[in-house]
Ligand binder design. Structure first.
Ligand code: ATP
Ligand code: MG
Length: 545
């Protein structure tokens, strides 16, 4: 089995298969900490791990790295599973938790103690930090480093039995306090935490550290390629050290790739948590967030995210991807399949002064290039609405507006000429008086007129009120997260408008569609509001979001 895609990881896997380094099928894992919601950076890792296994006929585990009971919750566990599934991936019966292995992990830790490769250290966290040295200076040995195996074993067992206070002792690997790699300077393997775990309850009061847990879980699950992000490059020697010093005869290679960064967005769970907890956004699924649940609520289809991840690719280069690439993928995914209708987001009433009698029924295709999506009825009458921004009393030809005494075509309808404008006391237009040209009916136009602009519109008889939410970047700086959040947040990232939408969209429950000239929109599904709410997924052209 091979793969058509080529990158340094897939090439490596291809080599490993060819050279019989891998015995059997490829096994990967996606190992989230259940301490937040997934974001588009995680999607890159999900697409990579599940994608690679699929392409090479292998398997993928979804493994929760739940070693810090204080930060984990079942809410996060549930949301992560929902998001991975929604992205289109299936772990089948391979859903695991690091906590499934707590007994085995403890056993391996005792092995390290028994072989003199781990010791119980009574230094506080601050003292450990202070004696760790720096990149240029070696650390210094702990005064507890030379404890006997018997004493260490005894202390470690008492740690486990809950006889010591939190923070009073840790188990450390005995490696080398002068190692140029700081991760090898007697790293902590276990800490005391008198905290209830979301799965193991009060069974444990000592919890293993990431560096000790991760490699062992990988080995126990037979992971053939442990793919992680570049910040773990320096942890790799420790990953290898642990596996070389416990009795497991399987040793996965750790391979690092660069994290995904998206401009005007943050991927840090810490900052995302602050945004949610401090109410800067409306929950983890706020459509402005790069979380998977936010993108879903925004109306982004999962195939657009997969396409985006594929286009970004896998490298070791640090990358900050432009949001226009994501927008491009979203438009691509929606273009051919989304029905189109008209909505006026900021309505300006239009009185057709020469219109008399019954409304005229018109027909419009639901997609200009995809006849499978059918046709719908429009009605043209005396009371219409156009977009406020489509009228300018006087405008240059380039601006393509309806002007006073100018003409414009109303899409799928008639040409109108603006003959008067009614204004409020501040001079803002409140209504246009227009004349329509009866012989200019779309498709049967014999008027000989050539208006420069074609506008979207709705008729009063054929439209219903709706709310429209338009989103801009949540941050106004390209690489947020460096300074004060308050200064970096864009105050106009969410704009709400009261407008009108063609009735058909509501009657036929089009939950995702294009509103001509305004962009792609999704109807809020859990909307209990009296009027329907539409979120803009993406505008139609780049530059505007
Ligand atoms: P933390 O470890 O601080 O909780 P995290 O963002 O690293 O946050 P994890 O739950 O550890 O979150 O991530 C699960 C997996 O997703 C890891 O393998 C990690 O390397 C990968 N991952 C996280 N962020 C990105 C990103 N921006 N791009 C690509 N992969 C990522
Ligand atoms: Mg992480």
């Amino acid at each position: 089995m091979s793969s058509a895609i080529s990158d340094f990881i897939r090439n490596r896997i291809r080599d490993d298969i060819e050279n019989d380094v891998v015995d059997g099928s490829i096994v990967t894992r996606f190992p989230p900490h259940p301490n937040g919601y997934l974001h588009i950076g995680h999607a890159k890792s999900i697409c990579l791990n599940f994608g690679v296994a699929k392409e090479f006929g292998g398997k993928t585990y979804l493994r929760f790295d739940d070693t810090n009971p204080l930060k984990e919750s079942t809410e996060f566990v549930a949301s992560i599973q929902e998001d991975v599934r929604w992205l289109g991936f299936d772990w089948e019966d391979r859903l695991t938790f690091a906590s499934d292995y707590f007994d085995q992990l403890y056993g391996f830790a005792e092995q390290l103690v028994e072989s003199g490769r781990a010791y119980v250290c009574d230094l506080s966290a601050d003292e450990i930090r202070a004696t760790r040295g720096t990149l240029t200076e070696p650390g210094s040995n702990s005064p507890y480093r030379e404890r006997s195996v018997a004493e260490n074993l005894d202390l470690f067992r008492h740690m486990r039995a809950g006889e010591f206070e939190e923070g009073s002792r840790v188990l450390r690997a005995k490696i080398d306090m002068a190692s140029p790699n700081l991760h090898l300077r007697d790293p902590v393997l276990y800490r005391i935490m008198h905290a209830k775990h979301h799965r193991t309850g009060n069974k444990w009061c000592i919890y293993p550290m990431y560096d000790f847990t991760h490699c062992i879980c990988d080995a126990l699950e037979g992971i053939t390629h442990s793919l992680c992000t570049l910040e773990f490059e320096d942890n790799r020697p420790l990953y290898d050290w642990v596996l070389e010093n416990v009795s497991i005869n399987f040793h996965p290679p750790q391979i690092e790739f660069s994290r995904l960064g998206l401009e005007f967005n943050v991927m840090s769970k810490r900052i995302l948590t602050t945004l949610v907890d401090d109410g800067h956004v409306d929950g983890w699924d706020d459509p402005r967030l790069p979380t998977i649940s936010g993108l879903r609520r925004r109306g982004v289809p999962p195939e657009a995210i997969r396409d985006f991840c594929a286009r970004v690719g896998v490298t070791k280069q640090v990358n900050l991807i432009e949001t226009s690439l994501l927008d491009f993928c979203v438009r691509n995914a929606l273009e051919d399949t989304s029905p189109r209708a008209m909505a006026v987001i900021d309505p300006l009433p239009v009185d057709v002064i020469n219109f008399e009698g019954d409304d005229i029924a018109l027909e419009a295709p639901n997609h200009s290039k995809n006849p499978d999506l059918g046709i719908r009825q429009l009605s043209f009458g005396k009371e219409l609405f156009i977009e406020r921004s489509d009228f300018l009393e006087s405008a240059s030809k380039k601006q393509r507006k309806l002007t006073l005494n100018g003409i414009a075509r109303l899409r799928y309808g008639f040409i109108v000429e603006c003959v008067d404008v009614v204004k409020d006391s501040e001079g803002n237009p409140t209504e246009l008086k227009v004349k329509y040209v009866p012989e200019s009916r779309s498709g049967q136009d014999t008027s000989g007129l050539k208006p420069r602009s074609t506008l979207h519109w709705v008729s009063g008889a054929n439209a219903v009120s709706a709310k429209f939410r338009l989103f801009e970047h949540l941050f106004n700086v390209r690489e947020p997260g460096q300074g004060d959040l308050g200064d970096e947040l864009n105050p106009t990232s969410k704009i709400e408008k009261d407008g009108l939408v063609e009735k058909v969209v509501i009657d036929e429950a089009w939950d995702r569609c294009q509103f001509e000239r305004n962009g792609y929109f999704v109807r809020e599904s859990d909307s209990t509001a009296a009027t329907p709410v539409f979120n803009r997924i993406v505008s139609l052209s780049s530059g505007v979001r």
